[in-house]
Design a binder for this molecule. Structure first.
Ligand code: ASP
Ligand code: MG
Length: 452
């Protein structure tokens, strides 16, 4: 039995939901039960909810309430397009009840003028509560035994509002108590992604883009055979299509490769999605809900036995390189500790690090504390910074055993002024840093060489 997660564009309008229903129907016919569905908010809704909260918190309550009523209309219109007869009135009443609550919270926020993270979560969670209600009712209307599940009863989280962490043991127990019996009874459970609740019942969210994570948590908790992430692209691509006009689809890759790519800016998969699936060794498949017949991208524990020399590449822009040089570093210990203590003090993450005998270069993408960091480092080293840099990362499991591949990556980029080159312990990626202006050319060269 599979868990199918549908992103915002895959539930954006009535036609998208109709496609979702046929996708679920096919899975059910194939497996004889399930599937379990995890859905995002309709596309744009989470953004709209957070804008409303900001407006109301800033005292512009009228504007926020207008948006609340637009949201109500959009969801009611969806309901009318997908459900009819006796089922429509109860669905509209559910939608109204959620939106009435939203209206009340927004009004209260307009009075109090301060949005606590707890209140933000109550507001942000509305998108998934509404979309999951509609999808469950639409399934029933289409002849499938859809059953709405309040995800707040199934995903138990910490109280770190707006970026809550699921509590694995509690969540597994809750999923088995709430979702598994429905599957056993032949139903198609439908949960909103992104949302959960603390053990004492306060609504939480898992952080933006968190529905993929929810899909994986549910899949792991109920022991699914596969977790499918249905989205609006064909799968993971060999390169960013905005730069490379015709990237290829990556048919299969390993969890480790996917994690590296996601970390270095590939857009498809939220990095945290990997963890629950990896732990339970459940394959994850990325699929296009507009082209359900496509094979998509399969992510498993093992790399593709038929994979090429590289699996894919990813890039990250707007980085700053910080060069830290000190003759005292020569043969000394403790120098790197002092350097990294400074970054730690300013809570600034470092992406890539290279060192020579007397210098360390690091890249950062959060510039907020850069001035203070430079000042603190200058107390014991010479520091220079260079902005508008980009990172290009080539990922592939075969890099581990075949050193010639890394050498070829660098050779292909010989006309590009590379500032840093790094291949760390995993040896699954080779990362190079260059001026941002050179990135498109570098990506084209690399793509032509390895994927052309
Ligand atoms: N609706 C949430 C967001 O836009 C979660 C998700 O769609 O993954 O961030
Ligand atoms: Mg998403």
């Amino acid at each position: 039995m599979v868990v199918q997660k549908f992103g915002g564009t895959s539930v954006a309008d009535p036609d998208a939901v109709r496609r979702l229903i046929e996708i679920a129907r096919t899975a059910r016919a194939c497996d004889g039960r399930g599937p379990v569905l995890v859905v995002s908010a309709l596309s744009g809704v989470t953004d709209a909810l957070l804008t409303m909260a900001a407006e109301a918190g800033g005292g512009r309550t009228d504007g926020a309430l207008q948006q609340v009523s637009r949201l109500r209309e959009r969801h009611l219109a969806m309901a009318r397009a997908l459900v009819s007869d006796g089922a429509l009135a109860p669905l509209c009443a559910e939608i109204d009840a959620h939106v009435d609550e939203l209206d009340a919270v927004v009004r209260a926020l307009g009075v109090r003028r301060e949005a606590s993270p707890r209140t933000l979560d109550v507001i942000a969670a509305m998108g998934e509560l509404l979309s999951s209600r509609i999808v469950a009712a639409a399934l029933v209307h289409a002849g499938l035994p859809g059953e709405w599940v309040d995800a707040r009863r199934a995903i138990v989280t910490s109280d770190d509002h707006t970026r809550a962490a699921p509590l694995v043991r509690e969540t597994t127990a809750a999923l088995r108590a709430v979702v598994t019996p429905l599957i056993d009874a032949g139903r198609v459970p439908v949960l909103g992604g992104f949302i959960g609740a603390t053990a004492d019942g306060h609504t939480t969210t898992l952080g933006r883009g968190g529905s993929d994570y929810s899909g994986a948590i549910v899949g792991a908790g109920i022991g699914a055979a596969e977790i499918q992430i249905w989205t609006d692209v064909d799968g993971m691509l060999t390169a960013d299509p905005r730069v490379i006009p015709q990237p290829r689809l990556v048919p299969r890759l390993s969890f480790a490769e996917a994690a590296e790519l996601a970390y270095f800016g590939a857009k498809v998969l939220h990095p945290s999605t990997i963890h629950p699936a990896v732990e339970r060794n459940i394959p994850v498949r990325i699929l296009n809900s507009r082209k359900p017949e496509g094979a998509g991208t399969l992510i498993t524990a093992d790399p593709d036995p038929e994979g090429g020399e590289l699996t894919a590449m990813a890039a990250k822009r707007d980085l700053t390189v910080v060069d830290i040089t000190s003759s005292r570093m020569l043969m000394a210990y403790g120098f790197l500790r002092r350097v990294f203590e400074v970054f730690e003090r300013y809570r600034t993450a470092v992406d890539v690090v290279t060192t020579s005998e007397v210098s360390v270069s690091v890249t950062v993408d959060d510039r907020r504390h850069l001035d203070a960091i430079v000042e603190a480092l200058s107390e014991f080293a010479e520091v220079s910074i260079e902005g508008e840099m980009a990172l290009l990362c080539a990922v592939g499991d075969r890099l581990r055993a075949e050193p010639a591949i890394a050498a070829r990556v660098v050779r292909v980029l010989e006309e590009v002024p590379l500032r840093m080159i790094s291949q760390a312990a995993s040896r699954r990626n080779i990362t190079v840093i260059m001026p941002q202006a050179d990135l498109p050319h570098a990506m084209h060269r690399l793509h032509e060489e390895f994927f052309g």
